[in-house]
Design a protein around this ligand. Sequence first.
Ligand code: SAH
Length: 527
Amino acid sequence: MSGRVVLVGAGPGDPDLITVRGAAALAAADVVLYDSLATKELLGLAPAHAERVDVGKRGHDAPTRPQDEINALIVEHARAGKVVVRLKGGDPFVFGRGGEEASACAKAGIRCEIVPGVTSALAAPAYAGIPVTDRRHGASFAVVTGHKDPGRPAEETRWGQLGVAVDTLVILMGMRNLADIVDKLVAGGRDPATPSAAVMRGTLGTQRVVVAPLHELPARVRASGLGAPATVVVGDVVKLRDEIGWWEREPLFGMRVLVTRAAAQSAELASALRTAGAEPVLMPLIDLVAPDDPARLTALDEALESLADYDGLVFASSNGVRFLAARARARTGDLSAFRGQVFCVGQKTAEAALAVGLPVHLVASGRSDAEGLLAQILQAAPAKGRSFLLPRSDVGRTVIADGLRAAGARVDSVEAYRNVRPEVDVAALHRDLAAGTLGALTFTSPSTVEHFDDLLQDDAARRAVGDCIVAAVGTTTAAALRARGIEPDVVPKRPEPRALVEALTAHVRALHDENHSENRDETGDER
Ligand code: SAH
C-alpha cells in the first residue's frame, strides 16, 4: 500500500479559483482534510467514497485543533495507504502551516506533493481592483502576517523598517491588530496619507472594501464593521482601485440567488452565477436516484438487453443518459450494442450522450423542448413501424412518447431514474423570503417548482416570491411555474445554466436602466 499526501491550495474563496491540478488531486482523493477557510463546495470534487474531515482552526480565540494533531492525522491516513488531500485556503505555503505539514510527511517518509494555490494576498487586492505592483506606483510588495503568535513572547515583525522598505504592503490576519500596526508603520516613517484598503471576503459576491488614508484606516474599518477574513493593502497602488475596480461592477454583484437544482448538478449554474458576481444560495429541491421498484428495474434491464433492437434512443435530459449508462455499466457493460439514432433535447443532453459514447443524430434546435424534438423526429423520417427507447424519470412528461405512438411507432418508455425530495431547511428559506434577501430564484425542472411551491407556508411567503426575480431554465419549467401561479421573469432561449445566467443578467441590466431613466424623469434631466 503506498499512501501519499497532496497539499492543495484551495484558492481565496471562489471555488472556481482552485487550480486545474488541485481539482484533479481532489478527484483522486481517498481522504480530504480541509480547513474552515477552504470552500466547502470544493469537497464536491472529491469522489463520493472519499472521507471528508474538517480540521479547521477557528480563528484567534476558539479552541483550535493543535497542528501536531493535524500532522499526525495526515501521516496516519497516508500510512493506511490512502491518497490524502490536505485542502488549505489560498496557497498552502502562505501562512498556512503547509510547511510544517510537509515536514511531518518528510519525517515520516511519506511522499508529499504540493499544489500551489491562488493566495488571498494577491487575489483579494485583484478583486478590489488593486494591482500589488504597477510601474506607475509600486515596484515591490511584501506579504506580512499581522497576527501575533501567542506562543511567542517577542514580536518579530519590524513594522517600522518594513513599512518604508517596500512600496506595497499586503497584510493578512491583520484586522485585530490593525491600529497597532498602523501606528508602527507611521512611527517608522511611512506617510500617514498613504492610500490603503481593507478587502473583506475577497473574490466572493459578499466582498466588502474600505479605502482610506493609512492613518484613518483602522477607524474606517471599525465604523464599517469589517472583520476577518480580510486582507489589508497599503501603498500608492490602492489609488488604481477607482479606475480598475471591476468586481463590484459585475452585473449580478452581491445578489443572492437561490439554486434549487439537484446538488450533484448545481455546480455549473453556481459557477456561472459566481462569475457574474452573484452569491449562489444552494438549496437542492430534488435529488435523482436509481429506480428502486424491482418491476421498473426489470423493465430497464430488459431494454438494455435488447438495445440492438431499437431504431431510436430519445433523451429528454442528461440525467436519462447518465442513469442509463450507469445501469448499463453495472449490468451489461456499455451502450455500444445500440446501432440506431440518438435524439436529444438540448445541447447538454447531447454532450452527455457523446460523453458515454453515443453518436448524436439530432438535437432539438429552435424550440428546444420535448415538443420541438418530437416535431423534428417526425419531420426527419416517418415514425411508423420504427421502435424507440425513451429512458425517462418517474415524473417525466409523456409528450414525446405519446406523439411517437400516435404516429405509429413502437415506444418503450422506461424509468431510468427517480426524482426524490431531499430535506430542506424550510425555516431558513422563509427567513430569507421574509427579509427580502433573495434577489432571484432559479428553477431547472418542474419538480423543483412543485417542491418549492409546496414548501411555501403562507401568503406572506408567496408575496415575497413575487418580489424576487424568478428564472426558469426552459419553457416546460416556465409552464410549471405558471401552473402554480408564479410568473417567470426570465426564460433563456437555450435551456442551459449559462444561458440562464446571461438572461438573468440581461433582465437585471434592463431593470437597472429602467430605474435610471425613471430617476432622470424625476429630476427633470434628459430622458
Ligand atoms: N494560505 C492563505 C492565508 C491563510 S491566513 C492564503 O494564501 O490566502 C488567513 C488570512 O488570509 C485571513 O486572516 C485573511 O487575512 C486572508 N484571507 C483569506 N481569505 C480571504 C478572502 N477571501 N478575502 C480577504 N482575505 C482573505
